[in-house]
Design a protein. Structure first.
Length: 275
């Protein structure tokens, strides 16, 4: 069974079943209030629309993000997309990619970069709170906060819970809570929004960041906005595809099932129970 670290902490510390719901509420409600209230504390004037004090940190944050995207996140997301065809396809691609991002030097580098992204992102979030934000700024900030919390939870679940405590392979089966799966266990079902929002939040954060870069290079506002919404829409489609496959719906299985039913409709009972 796959569980998030928030559920481990909440249930063990409070003794309350499903206490992670309370923990997430206590985390997200104050953060949402701070984000909305903080972005309205000071209106930006025309003479200083983006007067932030850490341009160097924002630049390094962006470079680090691109490095993580190229080395890990883009291949990792592409790998998850292959699961819509079959789990076997996903596992085959995963074993190949692991030779890259689990290499002796690459994996520690990725962990350091992720920690830097979280720390620098939280610093930039606090700074952004002093400047009035538009819709894209608010979306970028909210998505960044979610990603920071998700990454901490995900890394602890993988490196501590999965590899150290449970001593299992943190693969597709681990992520989807095998053997019960995401839909047939009351603890695992909460991972559906957990994973879906993480993927979508990544694309929202990237899309809004891309918009800022385009505007800084004198791209028209309409073109920059269209690019941002395009990335956000693409992220929604990718997130939906990934979570559908994680809920055990695969094109290959569906196709093979339809072929078998076309030859013998009496198999509909046994097939409907197949995973």
């Amino acid at each position: 069974m796959t569980i998030t670290m928030s559920s481990v902490v909440a249930d063990s510390s409070s003794g309350v079943p499903n206490g992670d719901y309370v923990l997430w509420g206590l985390t997200w409600i104050p953060l949402a209030v701070l984000t909305v209230a903080g972005t309205r504390t000071r209106a930006a004037t025309k003479s200083e629309p983006h007067r932030l004090t850490s341009p160097a940190l924002r630049t390094v944050h962006g470079i680090s993000a691109v490095t993580i995207l190229v080395i890990f996140l883009m291949p990792h997301i592409a790998n998850h997309l292959t699961a819509i065809w079959s789990v076997d396809a996903h596992m085959t691609v995963m074993r190949t990619l692991r030779h890259i991002y689990r290499a002796e030097l690459v994996q520690p580098l990725l962990v350091v970069l992720f920690i830097f992204q979280i720390a620098s992102g939280l610093f930039l979030w606090r700074e952004r709170m002093t400047v009035q934000a538009d819709l894209f700024g608010t979306l970028q900030t909210a998505a960044g906060i979610y990603l920071a919390i998700y990454l901490v939870s995900h890394m602890i679940a993988v490196f501590v819970l999965g590899r150290t405590v449970m001593k299992v392979d943190t693969d597709f089966l681990f992520a989807t809570g095998a053997p019960a799966g995401l839909l047939h266990d009351p603890r695992n079902v909460r991972l559906i929004p957990h994973y879906s929002l993480a993927v979508w939040a990544l694309f929202i954060h990237l899309g809004c960041g891309l918009r800022g870069v385009l505007l800084s290079h004198r791209t028209s506002v309409s073109a920059a906005n269209a690019s941002a919404w395009g990335v956000v829409g693409l992220g929604a489609a990718i997130a939906a595809t990934i979570i559908v496959s994680m809920c055990r719906l695969h094109i290959r299985w569906t196709f093979e099932t339809l072929v078998e039913l076309s030859h013998d409709p009496r198999k509909i009972g046994p097939l409907s129970c197949r995973r």
